[in-house]
Design a binder for this molecule. Structure first.
Ligand code: IMP
Length: 423
């Protein structure tokens, strides 16, 4: 009677899609609990590459039911495109993809507000994915939002119009130039809503409650990463939802004592896309090598990701906030070829050495303190079991396990489903 969680421990893009895909065979039900189409979960199998944005990563496993929980924000236009892109897979979406009536809708005018807000901020912009995430969650907490369940009302178009007109008048406040055709956006939205209505809307908290009672196996799939959490991340350079474990409770309606395993996913190094502080960021050849070998470009926006060494201060903090019970190390193969590897084990913070994640990690306050570990040369991408891994990688794994006190149960050595070593 437990729900397992899978969460990113850094700034997103840790490889959650791949691990959910690998783990899905153990679960009857996969659910997303927060975020929206700002996410890009990449899955590679049988020579196919797929990027999912809002649809849970269990969609490729025929037996699994996929639930989009109340904590998620849905853009019907992007959602339908995602479904269309999956047309070759013969998926019975009405049966295996269930949507919470309480999930909030991203209106086209939310996207406009996102763009206007970012434009007005200039060089201080968040680096948002411009998918309308912040404005949609603002309407949710401000109690003005439009929910999936509203689409079942006869007058849903009036509800839309009222909210959209409010957004349009808010755009004036930002006083920035924005080119848009509201009529065209509205039409595109209405068409997408009609398609969305062909799917199944549910009271997802009740559905999940019954599933737990019936001993179904459930995996909750996080999006973004812990350091982008609106409360515990590097505020204000964060997303607008709780990406950490507690978000699964509010985003699905499950109680804390129903949570079982918490899988914490992290890259063997660190990346960040968008603005905001990043203490271990590299601006040299090493960073460029990680970006190149790791193909570090955003799955949603195509933007280049910033790269740096593994930050144990941040990783330990994320393990603590989430109650991680198992660690999964991703992209170990990208570090092959480095003579030495640096791991940040403390921060020099306002003249003091600290080992906890402080209120503010702006570069003027924080400098990383590194421990050096030996690198390895071997190509890991064809390795299939732990006994093939080089000793230097085993030492790196051991270092992380000793620092966190948590076992690394999966080491990923390539993007394909098959390039996964279980320990
Ligand atoms: P937003 O969620 O689109 O408002 O973006 C806020 C910040 O979170 C920006 O720095 C984005 O680059 C970052 N972000 C949002 N979603 C993701 C993700 O799925 N992976 C990595 N970064 C993300």
């Amino acid at each position: 009677m437990a729900v397992d969680l899978l969460l990113g421990l850094q700034w997103g893009d840790e490889g959650k899609g791949k691990i959910v895909d690998v783990l899905t065979q153990n679960y009857n039900l996969i659910s997303r609990f927060q975020g929206g189409p700002n996410a890009g979960h990449t899955l590679i199998f049988d020579g196919h590459k797929h990027v999912l944005h809002t649809i849970p990563s269990g969609i490729f496993h025929k037996e699994a039911i996929n639930v989009v929980g109340n904590g998620v924000v849905i853009d019907p236009v992007i959602f339908n495109k995602e479904i269309k892109d999956l047309s070759q897979f013969d998926i019975d979406f009405k049966k295996v993809l269930l949507i919470s009536r309480k999930a909030h809708l991203i209106l086209p005018t939310h996207r406009l507000l996102d763009a206007a807000s970012e434009k007005a901020k200039g060089k201080d912009k968040i680096g948002s994915t411009l998918k309308g995430i912040g404005p949609t969650y603002m309407d949710k907490t401000g109690r003005n939002g439009m929910r999936v369940g509203d689409l079942e009302l006869d007058n849903w178009k009036e509800v839309f119009e009222k909210l959209a007109q409010k957004h349009i008048s808010m755009l004036d406040f930002y006083n920035v130039e924005l080119d848009y055709d509201f009529g065209a956006l509205k039409e595109q939205f209405f068409t997408a809503v009609e398609k969305l209505k062909e799917l199944t809307f549910i009271d997802s908290e009740e559905y999940l409650h019954q599933a737990i009672k019936n001993n179904e196996t459930i995996l909750a799939e996080g999006a973004q990463g812990s350091l982008l959490d609106v409360d515990f991340g590097t505020y204000p350079f964060v997303t607008s939802s709780n990406t950490t474990a507690a978000g699964a409770c509010t985003g699905l309606g499950i109680a804390p004592n129903q949570i079982g395993e918490v899988f914490g996913i992290f890259k063997a190094y660190t990346t960040r896309v968008g603005s905001g502080p990043f203490p271990t960021e590299l601006f040299d050849e090493d960073g460029a090598t990680m970006a190149k070998i790791g193909n570090e470009f955003g799955a949603t926006t195509g933007r280049a990701r910033r790269c740096g060494w593994l930050d144990m201060v941040a990783l330990k903090y994320a393990c603590q906030v989430n109650g991680v019970t198992q660690l999964n190390m991703m992209k170990a193969d990208v570090l092959s070829g480095f003579e030495t590897l640096k791991v940040c084990t403390a921060y020099q913070y306002k003249g003091e050495t600290i080992t906890h994640f402080p209120y503010n990690i702006e570069p003027e306050n924080v400098q990383p303190i590194y421990t050096e570990l030996k690198g390895w040369k071997e190509d890991l991408t064809g390795m299939t079991s732990e006994d093939q891994l080089p000793q230097a990688l085993l030492d790196y794994i051991d270092f992380v396990e000793k620092s966190t006190g948590i076992k690394i149960t999966i080491v990923s050595v390539g993007p394909d489903r098959k390039q996964t070593i279980e320990r």
